[in-house]
Design a protein around this ligand. Structure first.
Ligand code: HEM
Length: 364
């Protein structure tokens, strides 16, 4: 056994699983399996208030250990990364979803995982590749902003654009001496989406360059990921061998998870952790906040250590790109008497429980 918390490498027989409610595993199974995941999080929080930042409950037939403490997470995932980088064997019913553990996210920590990971990081998510997807980002932005405009006031906003488009097409037609009798009525059938996509607007009016957004919006998206991480847990981890963490036994057959949201809401790190203060992410030396937690975990929306999300760079770029474009292209005004409610609910990821209502007007 490895002892990760004391200088003594020998683990005594006294090392027990982290504390938790007394459960007979079989009964425990039935109770937990009936809980939705969001409810499970509340229960774990209550248990951690009672037992401390590392607890055990039984989900299925295995002990499930949950860690809410940032330094324990750093000790495990970063300082002892190789031991804590394994994944548990999924239940047989999940074999299809996990491709029998032949995919990057569920593969055991070993050569197969390493191959997948190297391939994804160097071939698909390499910064040079990410740059080359710029046309796709542009396309998605234009289509989604069009959808937004359509949901606003299609006639007032788009009728003039349709007219303008019609004029352009008619001019082109007359230039190439096409059928002069066609007065262009069919042009009104052109969809609004086509119209906006086709309009030859000056580039700078449509979007910000990728370079500009980096300096403009990074603090907004980092703040969002800290206060509202899309996932409140990482994917389940396992250890490659029995180890001791914080004096407690973490056995090889346990699943281990980390309370992502809790880590980012720690008032010992963040003053007024639930407040909106984007300036706190602009680090003193003018650099960017280290979201990977390699030196110290202050938040971990992408996890930390060897299994950290390999797409964190791409994800942040996209977040910043869309936030910046939304602000650049639309004027946002609060709806009178409607408070913005930041409560969350769990769908595939965390989403707003009560969707944002705002008055938008295109800046075009
Ligand atoms: C804001 C967006 C995203 C967030 C917050 C996020 C977060 C996470 C988290 C928390 C993990 C689990 C880390 C762990 O188990 O310790 C993870 C793993 C992973 N993510 Fe993401 N992710 C995002 C976007 C993406 C995207 C866009 C991709 C694909 C292009 C991606 C691919 C993966 C993969 C393949 C893994 C498994 C890595 C492994 O097991 O080695 N993620 N992500």
């Amino acid at each position: 056994l490895l002892n990760l918390t004391t200088t003594n490498n020998k683990v005594s027989e006294n090392n027990k699983l982290p504390p938790g409610p007394y459960t007979i595993p079989i009964i425990g199974n039935f109770l937990w399996l009936r809980k939705p995941f969001s409810e499970l999080e509340l229960i774990i929080r209550k248990l951690q208030a009672k037992y401390g930042p590392i607890i055990t409950i039984y989900i299925g037939f295995r002990p499930a250990i949950f860690v809410a403490d940032r330094s324990l997470a750093h000790k495990a995932l970063v300082q002892n990364g190789a031991v804590f980088a394994d994944r548990p064997t999924p239940p047989p019913t999940d074999a299809v979803i996990s491709s029998n553990q032949h995919n990057i996210s569920s593969a055991y920590y070993g050569p197969t995982w390493r191959l997948f990971r190297r391939n994804l990081s160097s071939e698909i998510l390499h910064p040079s590749r990410v740059k080359s997807y710029s046309h796709a980002r542009k396309w998605v932005w234009i289509s989604s902003s069009t959808a937004l405009i359509l949901s606003l006031n299609p006639d007032a906003v788009l009728r003039p654009l349709v007219e303008a488009r019609r004029k352009v097409r008619l001019e082109r037609r007359s230039k190439v001496n096409e059928d002069k009798n066609n007065d262009g009525d069919d042009e009104f059938a052109v969809s609004y989406v086509d119209t906006l996509l086709d309009l030859e607007l000056p580039e700078e009016k449509r979007k910000l360059s990728e370079k500009e957004i980096a300096s403009l919006c990074s603090s907004f998206s980092t703040r969002g990921l800290r206060r509202h991480p899309p996932g409140h847990f990482v994917l389940p981890h396992a250890v490659t061998e029995d180890v001791v963490l914080d004096g407690y036994l973490v056995p090889k057959n346990a699943t281990l998870n980390f309370m992502v949201a809790e880590m980012g809401w720690d008032s010992r790190v963040w003053e007024d952790p639930m407040e909106f203060k984007p300036e706190r992410f602009l680090s003193g030396d003018g650099g960017v906040f280290d979201i990977t937690g390699s030196r110290e975990i202050k938040m971990m929306p992408f996890g930390a250590g060897r299994r950290i999300c390999p797409a964190s760079g791409l994800a942040i770029l996209h977040l910043e790109y869309f936030v910046a474009n939304l602000v650049w292209n639309f004027e946002w005004k609060a709806v009178d008497g409607d408070e913005v409610d930041l409560s969350e609910k769990l769908e595939f990821t965390m989403v707003m429980k009560n969707p944002l209502k705002a008055h938008l007007s295109p800046r075009l």
